[in-house]
Design a protein. Structure first.
Ligand code: PEP
Ligand code: MN
Length: 331
């Protein structure tokens, strides 16, 4: 149940409800709203009913993530970026951090294209245990150094709850990978921090699954969450690695206040398809994009086939910002 309280008495009513029901029910407040889990409206004292503008009972399980509870867009601010709302944020970099020199060069390219965030995995969730697993903490150091040198924020994947404290020493944004979207101990661990979290949609996750995964992070007290659509598994992966669920972008935006970011690279898996689907992601209304780049894709240690070469990335990024700007004039 979400109660929308009359503003004049909202604070007093929230305090009263917390003291009366807080011991037995999960309670969350936001401005003049209060969400109480597992309580029937009939159990509310009559003065609370009188102090309410409305009482919503058809409320999703992921209540804190819902627009019903938090109507305004969440805007996340990192040192060099504003993520959410009408802003468009570009995140670019190699799939994996490969060396100090390489990630430095890629950070320079990312920045040239208008990115304010450089990406790179130091802990890689590979399908095969014999594939490159990432440089670990050394990779985090290389990415941090490159980000600082070029005046960028850093995003990197944290794969394991035991690594959260270590990755937190370096990164501005935690990435939770698709394979870990329902790793609840990892979600709880990043939820205990105040570092923004980019939560990737799992390969076979429904939209409600994504929102409930986000709720695990919010339940720990970390509300700086963004959602990444990176394609899902369907029956045909012959021509695209995954199926880019563009419909999820406006659907998520209607259901949740968290920024929605698109990842065309993992969605399609082939560099020739990245630009058209990146543009489609902008047109769908995403608040930003994360894209993989590499100067020598055939030599890349992971995800080479989907990496954009610098010149292709620079052109795509310019078009993406232009399209986003154009769309703002339609609003
Ligand atoms: C990645 O970003 O390189 C990655 C492994 O992504 P995903 O978790 O979406 O597969
Ligand atoms: Mn990748």
């Amino acid at each position: 149940m979400i109660i929308i309280l009359k503003p004049a008495t909202a604070t007093a009513m929230q305090a009263k409800l917390v003291s009366q029901f807080g011991a037995d029910h999960e309670i969350f407040t936001h401005n003049n709203r209060i969400a109480i889990q597992g309580l029937r409206p009939e159990a509310l004292p009559t003065d609370v009913q009188a102090a309410s503008e409305s009482i919503l009972t058809a409320v999703p399980a992921a209540v804190q993530s819902s627009r019903l509870f938090h109507p305004e867009d969440t805007i996340i601010k990192t040192p060099h970026s504003v993520i959410g709302g009408n802003q468009f944020v570009m995140m670019a970099g190699p799939c994996s951090v490969e060396s100090a020199e390489h990630v430095d060069q890629m950070a320079a390219v990312a920045k040239q294209g208008g990115a304010t965030i450089v990406r790179g995995g130091a802990f890689k969730p590979r399908t095969s245990p014999y594939s490159f697993q990432g440089l670990g903490e050394t990779g985090l150091q290389y990415l941090r150094t490159a980000a600082d040198k070029h005046g960028l924020d850093m995003i990197t994947e944290v794969m394991d709850d035991e690594h959260v404290a270590m990755v937190a020493k370096y990164t501005d944004i935690f990435q939770i990978g698709a394979r870990n979207m329902q790793n609840f101990s990892l979600l709880k661990a990043v939820g205990q921090t105040q570092i923004p979290v980019a939560l990737k949609r799992g390969m076979s996750a429904t939209i409600d699954d994504v929102l409930n995964a986000a709720e695990y992070i919010a339940a720990g007290g970390n509300h700086q969450i963004m959602l990444l659509e990176r394609g899902i598994r369907t029956f045909d992966n012959k021509y695209t690695r995954n199926t880019f669920d563009l419909g999820a972008v406006p659907v998520l935006q209607s259901l949740t206040h968290y920024p929605v970011i698109v990842d065309p690279s993992h969605a399609v898996g082939t560099w020739e398809l990245v630009t058209p689907m990146a543009m489609a992601g902008v047109a769908a209304g995403a608040s930003g994009m994360i894209v993989e780049i590499h100067d020598q894709p055939t030599q890349a240690l992971s995800d080479g086939p989907q990496a954009l070469k610098p010149a292709t990335y620079l052109k795509m990024a310019q078009q993406a910002f232009q399209l986003h700007d154009l769309m703002q004039t339609w609003a």
